[in-house]
Design a protein around this ligand. Structure first.
Ligand code: NI
Length: 176
């Protein structure tokens, strides 16, 4: 079921989400199906459970020919529960980000270039991956949602933060 995505300003987006204790329940299956449907419907690169008003440490992400991020490399569709993110070096890189909770806007956000992430899939099996580039960026963005952090809070240079149609007048990037 496609769910409503909360918008920045809603205090539920600022709360710290709680760890999942039981995997593979009917409730969890239905949450994951809703997150998948909602993200797909809105062409999101990822979605965190708090964005649909569920305060649990669950994120989904994946990119394949996404019209909201035409230049991004593919990222496999992933369900990641109770994630742990560990940067593998101090190196950071800047890149454009948007968020379904902040529609119509884009900003340049510094993120760690390379990281290891761990967590569990829908069935409770462990996930342990190394990621870089856009994949690493998406993981950091989605996991930030679990701690109540939205990407505009990480923008340092507000000369590169604004409305999509003003920033990229010659590109077809739709956000809704
Ligand atoms: Ni987001």
């Amino acid at each position: 079921m496609i769910r409503e995505v909360l918008k920045m300003g809603d205090e539920r987006l600022l709360a710290k989400a709680k760890p999942v204790e039981k995997f593979d329940t009917e409730e969890m299956r239905s949450l994951l199906a809703d997150m998948h449907d909602t993200m797909e419907h809105l062409n999101g690169a990822g979605l965190a459970a708090p964005q649909i008003g569920v305060g649990l440490r669950v994120v989904v992400f994946g990119v394949k020919g996404n019209p909201r991020y035409p230049d991004a490399e593919d990222v496999p569709y992933t369900v990641l529960i109770n994630p742990l993110v560990e940067p593998l070096s101090d190196e950071m890189e800047e890149g454009w980000e948007g968020c379904l909770s902040v529609p119509g806007l884009r900003g340049i956000v510094p993120r760690y270039s390379r990281l290891r992430y761990r967590g569990f899939d829908a069935a409770g099996n462990p996930i342990d991956r190394i990621a870089e580039g856009f994949h690493a960026r998406v993981v950091q963005h989605e996991c930030d949602h679990l701690d109540g952090i939205l990407y505009p809070m990480r923008v340092r240079d507000f000369t590169r933060f604004g409305f999509i149609e003003a920033l990229f007048p010659n590109q077809e990037i739709h956000d809704d």
